[in-house]
Design a protein around this ligand. Structure first.
Ligand code: UTP
Length: 304
């Protein structure tokens, strides 16, 4: 059995500009957009809670109240639902975060990149390994959630662990890409990490997705990183610096990942989660069958 202290803190950077979803994200964070009936951030928080996290650290912008309101008590709404005997609905809004879990909100005053957002959480994380979840990467796992799987690896090895998945070659320009060696203990050890390379420069097809378990050493690496293009501090550059002195593993978690930072990924997640939902499934399937039928008839008749 491992004697390592369990990872308890998770950082949720939610201060990006979310430009791909404008105008929806003009006044609310992208992470508050709902997939079926829950905002993206709630799915990520649930994944963290399942993994044993008990301190949620949100790095927010000036639109922060939407996130903190979502996880706060909604006194008037709760009273109304209780009076109306709507027990199920009441449970849905009161059981989001258990009472023993603490929430901390820190502000990133300017969107200076993901690395900068993580640096904003340094004083709360302190000197212990911690998790990062990017809520716009939604992961549907068949069993244990992706973060729980990664914490198992951290627990076994003591190393930092980064979630990866194989991506199509033409997509390398949209991801951090890692180069790996196969280590004796069976894990994939990262020797290189490059932000958004051209396909011919990519060290592999393993793309980084928004789940990390990191040593607190990453903070000093991030402080040393120069701001890149657009004045942003990239988390990838901090991790690249950390590779010189720390073991960092790439972990291809079990599960399907949806890039909900893009409109296509967001719509695919909405369809799949709706089809999983016992109250919605039949209705949505019927609707989709109708669309597909119409589409194939139009195609056969040569209609554009
Ligand atoms: P993205 O790269 O998706 O950027 O950020 P974005 O600003 O959210 O969205 P687009 O590209 O303009 O549409 C990845 C994650 O990092 C957070 C975002 O909130 C998202 O969870 N982030 C990014 C910050 O918290 N601060 C930043 O300065 C940048």
């Amino acid at each position: 059995m491992s004697q390592r202290k369990p990872v308890r803190k998770a950082v949720f950077p939610v201060a990006g500009l979310g430009t791909r979803f404008l105008p929806a994200t003009k006044s609310i964070p992208k992470e508050m957009l709902p997939i079926v009936d829950k905002p993206l951030i709630q799915y990520a928080v649930e994944e963290a809670l399942e993994a044993g996290i008990d301190t949620l650290i949100f790095v927010t912008s000036r639109k922060k109240h939407a996130i903190s309101d979502h996880f706060d008590t909604a006194f008037e709404l709760e009273t109304r639902l209780a009076e109306a005997g709507k027990v199920d609905l009441l449970a849905r809004i009161t059981q989001i975060v258990p009472k023993n879990v603490s929430r901390v909100h820190v502000t990133q005053r300017e969107a200076l990149g993901l690395g900068h957002a993580i640096l904003c959480a340094e004083s709360i994380v302190d000197d212990e390994p911690f998790a990062i979840l990017l809520a716009d990467d939604m992961i549907r796992s068949p069993g244990r959630g992706a973060l729980a799987q990664m914490l198992d690896v951290h627990d076994q090895t003591g190393a930092s662990v980064i979630g990866v998945e194989e991506i199509p070659e033409k997509m390398t320009r949209s991801y951090g890409i890692v180069g790996v060696n196969h280590a004796e203990d069976g894990f994939q050890e990262i020797h290189t990490i490059v932000e958004k390379p051209a396909p011919q420069d990519a060290p592999s097809r393993l793309g980084v997705v928004g789940r990390y378990v990191l040593s607190p050493h990453v903070f000093s690496c991030l402080r040393d990183v120069q701001a890149g293009a657009g004045g942003e501090i990239q988390l990838t550059d901090g991790i690249a610096a950390m590779l010189k002195s720390h073991r960092v593993l790439a972990y291809p978690f079990a599960g399907v990942r949806y890039d909900c930072g893009s409109r296509q990924g967001f719509i695919k997640a909405t369809i799949d989660y709706a089809l999983d939902h016992h109250e919605l499934r039949d209705d949505i399937l019927e609707h989709m069958s109708g669309i597909l039928l119409q589409y194939s008839v139009e195609k056969e008749s040569g209609k554009p």
